[in-house]
Design a protein. Structure first.
Ligand code: CAA
Length: 257
């Protein structure tokens, strides 16, 4: 893999997108390498939490590759859109939490990739935007669907129809960013968040993610049905006994990841 690096330490896998000459913009090669990297960490026993970030201190991902898109016909654009959507679906439905460590520009497809992650920790110089309409395009990797769910319909329509770019403060204010930190603390803050998740039961975490994700497209009744099924299901596994017993014995639980 030439555009993607994976580092693994203490159950945390960091996936780094490294294409500095194009501010980490995602051409088909980056897209397919990132998809392979996600598949790898999803099935890897040594991964409990995934962090996705961009190399360098300027860009997370500056979007889909504009130069490549200039050469595409409708069929190729459809396939490129589909590949980006499949990647963002794979991230969103991951049973392991995925954190976007947004270290700079997260524009177009880069913003959409961050939206698909479960949480976003951002550096002070981060910025977000869906500037596709400025190019005569629309967000094609899930932005029209995920942005309204995260920031509300009115704000999403404003961002998508104006194509304006917002800074880290604004992204935090509208609920896009979970936390802002100085750039030199971005990875340590993201790892700290990952470590606090890793203290908890992995089965309980993945069941919670499933309930939240599936519930977003269901009625409250259907969502509650799934929740109670998953709640009961947890009682078939040792993990819950360790958690409950540790509380009663006044000690920290030791969950196996
Ligand atoms: N695709 C291809 N190349 C890109 C790129 C992109 N999305 N973004 C930046 N680059 C390239 C530039 O062309 C430039 O390369 P050259 O030196 O060969 O000209 C290099 O990266 C550095 O970029 P700039 O000189 O423009 O850097 P800057 O600091 O002046 O500006 C920026 C930074 C504001 C992010 C600007 O590069 C920019 O506006 N980029 C495009 C952002 C964008 O519109 N993204 C959405 C793409 S469409 C999309 O993503 C569709 C979808 O939903 C799937």
């Amino acid at each position: 893999m030439s555009y993607i690096k994976i580092n693994n330490d203490n159950l945390i896998s960091e996936i780094i997108i490294d294409r500095p000459e194009a501010l980490n913009a995602m051409n088909s090669d980056v897209l397919s390498e990132l998809t392979d990297a996600m598949k790898k960490v999803k099935s890897d026993d040594k991964t409990g939490v995934v962090i996705i970030t961009g190399a360098g201190d300027k860009a997370f991902i500056a979007g889909a590759d504009i130069k490549a898109m200039q050469q595409m016909n409708a069929k190729e654009a459809f396939d490129y859109g589909k590949a980006g959507q499949q990647l963002t679906m794979m991230i969103e439905t991951s049973s392991k939490p995925v954190i976007a460590a947004v270290n700079g520009f997260a524009l177009g497809g880069g913003c959409e990739l961050a939206l698909a992650c479960h949480m976003r920790i951002v550096s002070e110089n981060a910025s977000f935007g869906q500037p596709e309409v400025k190019l005569g395009l629309l967000p094609g990797w899930g932005g029209t669907q995920r942005l309204p769910k995260i920031v509300g319909v009115g704000k999403a329509i404003e961002l998508i129809t104006t194509g304006k770019i917002i800074n880290a403060e604004e992204s935090y204010r509208i609920g896009l960013a979970n936390k802002i930190c100085p750039q030199n603390q971005l990875m340590s803050e993201s790892r700290k968040l990952a470590s606090s998740i890793l203290k908890n039961g992995p089965r309980a975490i993945s069941s919670s993610l499933r309930c939240i994700h599936d519930g977003l497209t269901m009625s409250i009744k259907e969502g509650m049905d799934i929740e109670v099924e998953e709640f009961g299901e947890l009682f078939r596994h040792d993990e819950r006994m360790e958690g409950l017993t540790a509380f009663i014995e006044k000690r920290d639980p030791e969950f196996r990841h």
